[in-house]
Design a protein around this ligand. Sequence first.
Ligand code: HEM
Length: 575
Amino acid sequence: MFDLSGLFHYLYDSVASIAGVKDSPPSTSNHSSFNNSTSNQIIDLQFLVDYFTPGPLTATEVLIAIVKTGIYGSVISIVTWYIWNWSYWIRKGVNGPRGVPFLGVLDVLMKHEKPGLLKLGEWTKEFGKIYGITDGVHRTLVISDPTMVQEIFVRQFENFYGRKLNPLQGNPDTDSRVHLLAAHGHRWKRLRTISAQSFSHASLRKLMDTVEDSAMELLRHIEERTSGGEQIDMLEFYQEYTMDVISRIAMGQRGTRMFNNPEIDIVREIFDHTRNPILVICQVFPILGQLMRELLMANPDRAAPFKLLNLMRQRVLKRIEEREQEVQNGGELGEPQDFIDLFLDAKADVDFDKEAQEEFTKRNMKVIKQLTEDEVIGQCFLFVIGGFDTTALALSYVTYLLAMNQEIQKKLQEEVDREFGDADIEFEKLGKLKYMDKVMKEALRLYPLASISNSRKCMKTTTVNGVQIEAGTYVQMDTWTLHQDPEIWGEDAKEFKPERWDREENLKGAYLPFGLGPRQCIGMRLAIMEQKILLTHILRKYSFERGAKTAVPLKLVGSATTSPENVYLHLRPRI
Ligand code: HEM
């Protein structure tokens, strides 16, 4: 039993003494709220003492009181921290939409029906080329000033080498399956060096047959489905194509499974999701991110990305087993068949300096030049995600724009006929499709579909064009605004004009569909090759035409990438 009344009497006397009423009646008086007998009209606090000292307390009651105090204290500290973090830009005097504490503007940015990346543009109009938002706990500076973009992505790369991640992607410093998009520092450098080999000129040439085979298969499906003059959703067809290609080059699939691949639904689900509650919770409470990640790794069927990761794990382990079997049977491994083989064979030709060695030791990582099993899984997983949606969307936008601009389509068909006629498509000759390059560039200018990846984390406090950016702050480029800014592109900025690329422009920091600087998209050349091969095949046989089901303008949706809801078109056979 504990009697706390002594303690409260002591506190009461102390307060009274500080208030200058030391001689006020002792705290044994009755429950009158005011003591009018003193000349100072002092409030009698006796009722408080009585309230807080109900008598002797049991040990359990004391324990409960301590726990309650701890909980209240923690809640107050957490709420205070969140309000402090949320008010960061207000304290800095930086303009921007505020949202509400805890969420910031996260709920606005995660809307599937009204893509957050387009919302950034609306805010840019309201707040200017630099403004601050908080999304969850992230303090993010949104930028659409080309000079600053160039400075952050290229000149000051050493201060901005991290990217903005969601907590479910794992800790970039410690996660064993960290992939290229999430990694930073020396781990990124090592992964980038190894992965770059898979996208070299020589590797792409080897992949060309697979890509072309998938393109021919798609053409067969197009022929089948449009023979009666029906309109088809080109987005759906392009997704089948890119899924087929990436499954064959990064998922160990042998041969085509177009329109017959159940895994496409898993990957579609990753991009189709509306607001995923688990993701929102982790964005607001990143501390739960690692725990959620572990739980989802153990129960992969609960979330599409983890389902895919698990599938990738099975594929990589199967391939390792097959390779071991081949060697045991006295055979040789021979030419790599896909990215899994390339990664299993790869060795990074990076000489790690002392600092890098120390970082690896600190993180308890062995400095091996080869990728670990987990890293191979992580990279292939990323390439499936990176290779599926982006390229299908790029093709969809090009196709829509061609259907809406028949003169441009005609000019492109003339180039395709001139360079290839009915002949086979040769890898080396793809470079001759100069007008196609301009068409694709212009489509990505109007629809920079993967602009969410154009972000960085400030790793060291620095000043960019007079603006101080503190370590830990994120920067997100408002790519849609940059790409359609009349100050950069002229008054016709919103029009589709491939000819604008005839001029040599000084576009530093103004055009970044694939990002910029050392972290620029590694799959860019593969994406271009896939588009060129397929468009050549289709445009030799068909013209795209607008139909009754074509949505004009396109309805854009998505939170990770920005996608048209559908792209229904007629494909009219060329005579
Ligand atoms: C038209 C298609 C594509 C577009 C528009 C696109 C766009 C982007 C953008 C904007 C970035 C961020 C670059 C930066 O931060 O500077 C990026 C990074 C990346 N992309 Fe792509 N991408 C496309 C296709 C692909 C393909 C086909 C793959 C792989 C198969 C891929 C894999 C990656 C990877 C791994 C990164 C991270 C690179 C790093 O951080 O080092 N992308 N992409």
